[in-house]
Write a protein that binds this ligand. Structure first.
Ligand code: FNR
Length: 349
C-alpha cells in the first residue's frame, strides 16, 4: 500500500506543477501571496556582485547556499531512482537535500537502497533524514544512521492524514513524540509542515519542545489535500484544498517566535527565494518544481535550473545591496492585497 501511495504522490505532484506551469523555470500561473511581497526599488542601493555571499548560518547549521531540495520520496524502485537523480543534483550544485519520509524503510529495511543514494551519491553534502511523528526514538536514530544524516526532519501533516481514508486520526501525542525524539537524537531537528504552514503559535510550541529549526512549508505549491483527493474517485475533502497558511503568511506570523525559520511551499523562482529571505527565512526549500524538472527534463535540466536560480539570486541580492541572505531582511518590502489583510487582522506589525 505504501509503495503505490509513494508513486501516486510523485505522479499527482508532477501533474499539479505541469498544469500550473511552474516547472522548467516558467513562472507559476497560480496566484501566489508571494506576489503580494514587493521589494521597494532604491536605484542607488546596489552593491558589487563579488561582495555577495550566499552562505547562511542558523540554528547551529552553516549552509553554503540558502536553497535546498526539500523532502519528497523513497520506498519504491521508481522513487529510489528519483532519489538518485536528486542526490546527483544536490552533489553537483552543493545545495542541502532532505529524504522523503523514511517510514517505508522503518517498516521494511529492504527498501534502504531507495534512500541510501542520498548519501552514497552525495558523500559530502548536507543530508536530512525525514520521519513522521509516529516514529519511535529508536526509529528516528535508525533513519539518521542510515543516511549518516546531518539533521533530522520531522514532518507534521495532519491535513493530509485527515483527507486520507487510511490516515491517522490521533494527533494529540505529536508534541510529546517530537520532544522525545528531539531529546534523543544527536543531530539538529527541523520540524516542517507539508504544505499547510506553521503558525507563530506552533513555532512557539516547537521551541518549547527543544526543536532547533522550523520549516514553515506553507500553502501555495504542492497541495497534499489535492493529491490525496486525487487518489480517490471522489474528493470528499475538496474544501480542504484551500486550508492553511501561505508561506509568506506563515513567515510573517512565525518570525520572532523563538526558532530560526526555513521557507518552503510554493517557492516558484529566485525572486520568491529572495522574498522569503527578506521575510526572515534563512533558506528556501523546493520540492514539487524540482521534482517536475527532474521527471520531465532529467538530471542535467535540474542541475541547470538550480544553478540558474542561485545565479539569479546573487543578481537580485546585488541589485538590492544585500551582501548576505540575512541582509535581505534589511531591504524595504511592501506587503499588499490579501497578505496585507492577513497581517492586519493577525496584528502582525
Ligand atoms: C512531499 N513532501 C513531503 N514532506 C515531508 O516532510 N515528507 C515527505 O515524505 C514528503 N513527501 C512528498 C512527496 C512529494 C512527491 C512532494 C512533491 C512533496 C512535502 C514537501 O517537502 C514540501 O513541504 C511541499 O511539497 C511544499 O513544497 P513545494 O512542493 O511547494 O516546493
Amino acid at each position: 500500500m505504501t509503495g503505490s501511495r509513494k508513486d501516486d504522490h510523485v505522479r499527482l505532484a508532477v501533474a499539479q506543477h505541469e498544469t500550473s506551469g511552474t516547472a522548467l523555470g516558467r513562472t507559476s500561473l497560480m496566484a501566489s501571496q508571494f506576489d503580494e511581497v514587493h521589494f521597494v526599488h532604491h536605484a542607488l542601493a546596489g552593491t558589487d556582485r563579488e561582495r555577495v555571499s550566499l552562505r547562511t548560518r542558523f540554528g547551529g547549521l552553516d549552509w553554503p547556499l540558502p536553497l535546498y531540495i526539500n523532502a519528497m520520496t523513497g520506498g519504491t524502485p521508481k522513487t529510489g531512482e528519483i532519489n538518485q537523480g536528486l542526490a546527483i543534483a544536490a552533489r553537483e550544485t552543493g545545495i542541502p537535500i532532505a529524504s522523503g519520509s523514511m517510514s517505508p524503510y522503518l517498516k521494511d529495511a529492504s527498501t534502504a537502497a531507495t534512500f541510501t543514494p542520498l548519501r552514497e551519491l552525495n558523500p559530502h553534502g548536507f543530508v536530512m533524514a525525514n520521519v513522521n511523528t509516529n516514529a519511535t526514538v529508536e526509529q528516528a536514530r535508525r533513519a539518521v544512521t542510515l543516511l549518516k544524516a546531518d539533521a533530522l526532519q520531522i514532518h507534521l501533516n495532519s491535513v493530509q492524514e485527515t483527507v486520507m481514508p487510511e490516515g491517522d486520526r490521533s494527533f494529540g501525542h505529536w508534541p510529546a513524540a517530537i520532544e522525545s525524539i528531539t531529546a534523543a537524537v544527536d543531530v539538529p531537528v527541523i520540524v516542517k509542515e507539508v504544505g499547510f504552514g506553521l503558525s507563530g503559535q506552533t513555532v512557539t510550541q516547537l521551541a518549547s519542545l527543544g526543536v532547533d529549526v522550523a520549516d514553515v512549508a506553507g500553502r501555495g505549491g504542492t497541495n497534499f489535500a489535492r493529491i490525496e483527493n486525487g487518489r480517490r474517485p471522489h474528493s470528499d475533502y475538496f474544501y480542504l484544498e484551500d486550508w492553511g497558511l501561505s508561506t509568506p503568511a506563515a513567515l510573517l506570523d512565525a518570525r520572532g517566535h523563538g526558532l530560526p525559520l526555513l521557507a518552503s511551499g510554493g517557492v516558484r523562482h529566485p525572486l520568491d527565494v529572495a522574498r522569503a529571505l527578506a521575510l526572515g527565512a534563512h533558506a528556501a526549500g523546493v520540492s514539487g518544481i524540482f521534482l517536475t524538472t527532474l521527471i520531465t527534463g532529467g538530471i542535467d535540466a535540474l542541475i541547470q535550473q538550480i544553478t540558474t536560480w542561485l545565479e539569479h539570486l546573487t543578481s537580485l541580492m546585488t541589485l538590492l545591496g544585500a551582501r548576505t541572505p540575512a541582509a535581505l531582511t534589511g531591504c524595504d518590502v511592501v506587503i499588499t492585497g490579501s497578505l496585507h489583510q492577513f497581517c492586519h487582522t493577525h496584528h502582525i506589525g
